[in-house]
Design a protein around this ligand. Sequence first.
Ligand code: SF4
Length: 108
Amino acid sequence: MYAFVTHTSNPIKGLCPHKCDYCYMLAIFRHYHHDETLRLDEYELKVNYGKNKYIFIGSSTDIFAKAVPTEWILQVYDKCLQHPDNKYLFQSKNPGRFLEPQLINHPN
Ligand code: SF4
């Protein structure tokens, strides 16, 4: 989707709560009967993100959707901070949440 992005990571798994009609992920979930349950993927939090990458976080599930607990997002932020030699892309259909006090005051 973005030429500058080198990797993607989806620490929040399950069907994206926005369920946009045009989303290819919706079709994949329905076709392959994937688990639609929104959840934090502990395994993904243990992956070595390495360095010198540009990682799109939440490319298939909006981690800032209203249904995602703040604590999960904070764990994702912590994960990114463990690998400070990367750049990270966050985008959301719910951008007001970027300003949520616990998130905007997170040390970074
Ligand atoms: S916000 Fe993005 S990932 Fe979520 S349903 Fe819409 S297009 Fe798909």
